[in-house]
Design a binder for this molecule. Structure first.
Ligand code: FAD
Length: 286
């Protein structure tokens, strides 16, 4: 099923993200965790693409297995970094053969220190290329707090508009911990003529190191309220996990209460965390 068709339905969508392993010996464990998440009946599941194309084969294999064995709608990611035209052709052909109708297209980040082959400078270049070859539904990334390389937020919105004009069908945001930042972004994106659905990206933080890593990568603002929660519970792993699940659930409830109907959860292969969120929302999602 195309994700745009799901997003057009008059109901809330909640989707989860998993990441494939870098090594074959870990594939089975990741697949089991991903299948446990699929058993929660999310609207769809995305499968990330390792930096520099390091997980290309496993991304495709995990997405295909999930679709075949659980029936869940899948969204494999593909990055410009590590993609020649020939590589992109191979991936597109494989997804068309497997009747996978959605691809999340990113520019990707350079792996540490490496010169990397790519025929596509921006996500918009790869999106236009895929759209010229197939009618697959395409997702792209957006940044409520601005992409770290953008000069300012207005410039970032110009890049985003180019991405949508290239054929991007929907957008998913970088994680944010303050919903007001997302509401402000929705307003600015609308004024910039960006009219595709925008999924709110929510990252449940279940340990302090994960928060530090995520913030270092994305520059995401951490509200004092959330910082206090992490500072209080960081040395008690089960309390921190519970608090992280509740904080993410509260963010989602507030989003839904404010009319946001499409939410994507960075569940990071943690089926217990995904289940905790689903459980907290069980009546709300009915
Ligand atoms: P782009 O859209 O190319 O944007 C990069 C910069 O260029 C921005 O500053 C933008 O404003 C500017 N820009 C964009 N288009 C144009 C244009 N046409 N002309 C001029 N400037 C332009 N990384 C991975 O390696 N694998 C993944 O699976 C992955 N999944 C992700 C999922 C989500 C939801 C998000 C938010 C990020 C993900 N990333 C992933 C990280 C992403 O690759 C990085 O954030 C990367 O630095 C930017 O990717 P992009 O697709 O937004 O790039």
């Amino acid at each position: 099923m195309k994700i745009t068709d799901l997003l057009n339905e008059d109901r809330i969508t909640l989707s989860f993200e998993v990441f494939p392993p870098k090594k074959a010996e870990k594939f089975e464990a990741v697949k089991n965790a991903a299948e446990a998440i699929a058993d929660l009946h999310p609207s769809f599941m995305s499968v990330t693409y390792g930096a520099g194309g390091s997980t290309a084969g496993f991304t495709a294999e995990l997405a295909a297995d999930l679709k075949k064995e659980t029936g869940v709608t899948v969204l494999p990611h593909l990055t410009c970094v590590g993609s020649s035209r020939e590589h992109a052709d191979r991936m597109i052909d494989q997804y068309v053969r497997e009747e996978i109708e959605n691809i999340m297209v990113l520019r990707g980040d350079m792996p540490n220190g490496g010169e990397i082959e790519t025929d596509f400078t921006h996500a918009s270049d790869l999106i236009a290329y895929i759209k010229s070859r197939s009618d697959v539904c395409i997702g792209g990334a957006c940044y409520p707090e601005g992409h770290p390389e953008s000069y300012n937020k207005n410039d970032d919105l110009k890049g985003l508009k180019a991405k949508v004009d290239a054929g991007c069908d929907f957008l998913t945001t970088q994680m944010f911990f303050d919903n007001n930042i997302f509401y402000n972004f929705l307003y600015r994106a609308g004024r910039a003529g960006i009219n595709v659905p925008i999924l709110a990206g929510i990252m449940p933080i279940t340990n302090a190191k994960q928060l530090d890593r995520s913030v270092a990568l994305s520059g995401t603002n951490v509200p004092e309220r959330f910082r206090a929660i992490v500072d209080t519970f960081k040395d008690n792993p089960s309390a921190m996990k519970q608090a992280g699940i509740v904080y993410a659930s509260e963010q989602i409830i507030d989003l839904i209460a404010n009319g946001v109907k499409n939410i994507h959860v960075y569940s990071m292969n943690k089926s217990d965390v995904a289940a905790g969120i689903m459980n907290n929302l069980s009546e709300i999602l009915k």
